[in-house]
Design a protein around this ligand. Structure first.
Ligand SMILES: Cc1cc2nc3c(=O)[nH]c(=O)nc-3n(C[C@H](O)[C@H](O)[C@H](O)COP(=O)(O)OP(=O)(O)OC[C@H]3O[C@@H](n4cnc5c(N)ncnc54)[C@H](O)[C@@H]3O)c2cc1C
Length: 457
């Protein structure tokens, strides 16, 4: 193995550091980054160590290419279980693992902790916060973030769920609301503190609402003296005429029944037009709420726009049938950041689309290195699931539609198997079994400073 440069010693690292600083300030061009490379082997840069990026890297493990995976966080996050961290059901380490560790056995893969700022397709370089990285092939899988329908000023009052920091912040907010309510004597303020509004009736909103209801009605019940946590009011607000719009109406109705059983109030066809500290304007109704959680709107990673390629309304890159960027057959965009239609409908922003897209992009890179034409991507829908709480879920797998216990067991199995690492699977299984028997949510820790983590796209 050769290196473009020798491994930097301490003084060179300092020079690099100061050059990066100057480059950030715009004084000099950013330095080229020192990455391992085999002579004659093409370099594949993958931006994002999420579902798409990781699967692309894995699919390239036997290819005669050098792979560099870049992520701004050092860990891969299993986003479907973020709501469990936010509601004190799981610890952060159980749903996240270091990307370096996940890819440690792939000898042709190097991992860089860096923030990608822009892509220069003409020069074939990615501009990172630590310098420039050249590529022969590029796979962009930098995902999405939550969006506030043009009202970014709502973000500090209505945190969303995208990162571990977001989930820990939401957990702090939820638990602090009960702590404050315990010491407040004014019944109006107490009622406000114990009112929780979740905006967005998709799977994340529904799962959050169910888990919060269980936290209030079961896990916290014996912990307080002045308040009864069961008095907590949980309101789920959805702008569309139904919740869980990706599911058939019969399953939507089952989910609503389960939510009602947990005491969650569902407001459908209700647009949120204002969020202030302590209140939400939902349609004609003003809801005084101490805690608001945002589970609506999605915006694509801003990296997509730097490509200078066509994007849709929320910034997703309109890719070719093989997931490449128009005019750049060597650049692929996958997962949440890509816009592609299949049978007249846009592909959904779900993990399977990113996973299958990552594998497809990797296969396309291999075909290009072998001077073969690429093939069109075809998404295979493996099913759709959402859980509403203890022993309640809905599932649509192929032509089968089911709900209740069975759906919940399938949901449990699929999520445990999809987690990274055997240790995490075992721990989560034990945590859930314990929670099921005892009704407890054991990770009720209040940590952090109470300031929003500052959502990044
Ligand atoms: C709360 C929540 C619950 C969900 N539940 C489900 C579910 O139940 N089922 C389901 O199928 N899907 C679910 N999803 C959607 C699913 O997680 C996404 O569709 C999937 O993660 C998309 O994969 P991706 O690889 O495109 O992006 P991601 O998995 O989001 O990965 C993007 C990666 O890129 C990195 N990154 C971003 N920008 C930069 C940058 N500029 N520089 C460097 N690195 C960068 C990020 O740190 C991240 O690691 C959920 C999403 C959320 C937020």
């Amino acid at each position: 193995m050769t290196h473009e440069q020798n491994r930097p010693d301490e003084s060179r690292a300092e020079v690099l550091e100061s050059t990066v600083g100057e480059a950030r300030a715009g004084h000099v061009r950013a330095p080229r980054i020192n990455v391992a490379s085999h002579a004659g082997r093409p370099r594949v840069v993958i931006i994002g160590g999420g579902f798409g990026g990781l699967n692309a890297a894995r699919a390239l493990k036997h290819a005669a290419v050098d792979v560099v995976v870049v992520d701004r966080y050092n860990h891969h996050l299993f986003q479907p279980l973020l709501y469990q961290v936010a509601t004190a059901g799981l610890s952060p380490g159980e749903i996240a693992s270091p990307i370096r560790w996940i890819l440690r056995r792939l000898s042709n893969v190097q991992v860089l902790l860096a923030d990608a700022r822009a892509v220069d397709r003409t020069r074939r370089v990615v501009e990172l916060d630590i310098g420039e990285l050249s590529y022969d092939y590029l796979i962009i899988a930098s995902g999405s973030a939550h969006a506030y329908f043009g009202h970014d000023e709502w973000a500090p009052m209505a945190p969303g769920l995208k990162t571990l920091d977001d989930a820990l912040f939401v957990r702090r907010r939820l638990l602090m609301a009960f702590e404050r309510a315990e010491v407040i004597t004014d019944p109006e303020v107490r009622r406000q503190l114990l009112t929780f509004v979740i905006v967005g009736g998709g799977p994340t909103g529904v799962e959050m609402a169910g888990a919060m209801a269980e936290l209030a009605r079961h896990a916290l019940v014996k912990d307080f003296r002045a308040i009864n946590p069961r008095d907590a009011r949980i309101v789920l607000v959805e702008g569309a005429s139904s919740i869980l719009t990706a599911f058939p109406p019969a399953l939507q109705a089952r989910a609503e029944q389960s939510l009602a059983g947990l005491g969650v109030e569902v407001r459908k066809g209700t647009l949120v037009t204002g969020v202030t500290e302590g209140a939400v304007q939902a349609g004609d109704e003003r809801i005084d709420a101490g805690t608001v959680i945002w589970a609506a709107g999605v915006a694509a990673s801003p990296l997509g726009r730097t490509l200078g390629a066509p994007v849709d309304r929320v910034g997703r890159v309109r890719v070719e049938p093989d997931l490449s960027v128009p005019g750049s057959p060597e650049v692929f965009v996958i997962g949440d950041l890509a816009y592609r239609e299949q049978e007249g409908k846009p592909l959904p922003g779900v993990a399977q689309v990113a996973i299958q897209g990552g594998r497809h992009a990797a296969a396309s890179v291999v075909r290009l290195t072998e001077h073969q034409p690429t093939q069109a991507f075809r998404y295979r829908d493996l099913g759709n699931m959402a859980t509403i709480g203890r022993a309640a879920a809905i599932a649509e797998i192929g032509r089968m539609r089911f709900s209740g216990w069975l759906a919940w067991l399938v949901w449990l199995f699929v999520h445990i198997m999809a987690l990274t690492g055997f240790r995490n699977r075992v721990i989560v299984l034990v945590q859930w079994a314990w929670a099921y028997i005892t009704y407890q949510r054991g990770i009720r820790l209040i940590t952090g400073q109470g300031t929003p983590p500052g959502s990044r796209q």
